[in-house]
Design a protein. Structure first.
Length: 160
């Protein structure tokens, strides 16, 4: 486990989420984001602190309600990105699908299943993964396996 990270609780295990220990009580300055001599350094510090504030709010909401109301935003572009709009989103969806397929979709919640199916089956989906015929064929095969696999309520193994 990396420095500053702790193992996920039961609710986060299926997503393989590791949370930074500093989320509750630190700022960018306390995690060595230092560069006060440039406007980009100021921007990075402010952006980091804004992200921490949002993260703290989500943690508080999870403690109080049990499930935070987080959207599936693409933090690189500041909005939800459709297939083909941002190649890292396309490849991340494909990688998630592949990793779930390796574990026979253990831990794939109905929400994750729905996200993957709708992402790759969007009408006219211009996913950047389609540019690689071998990778696209693998996505299509794994997508069919996902749709035909039973929804199980067991926890997936967390990758090390």
């Amino acid at each position: 486990m990396g420095q500053g990270l702790h193992a996920p609780d039961v609710r986060r295990q299926s997503a393989g989420v590791y949370l930074p220990d500093f989320a509750e009580d630190r700022t960018a300055e306390s995690v060595a984001i230092q560069n006060s001599h440039s406007s980009s350094g100021t921007y990075v510090r402010e952006s980091f602190n804004d992200t921490l504030d949002q993260y703290r709010a989500l943690l508080k909401e999870e403690r109080e309600v049990g499930k935070p109301s987080a959207t599936n935003d693409n933090f690189d572009v500041g909005a939800v990105s459709a297939p083909g709009e941002y190649h890292l989103s396309d490849t991340t969806h494909a990688k998630l699908l592949d990793q779930l397929a390796e574990q026979q979709f253990a831990g794939a919640t109905p929400e994750i299943r729905s996200e993957l199916v709708s992402f790759f089956e969007a009408p006219g989906s211009p996913s950047s993964v389609k540019k690689d015929p071998k990778a696209w064929a693998k996505v299509q095969s794994e997508l069919e396996r996902l749709k035909n696999s039973p929804v199980e309520h067991k926890i997936a193994e967390v990758a090390k």
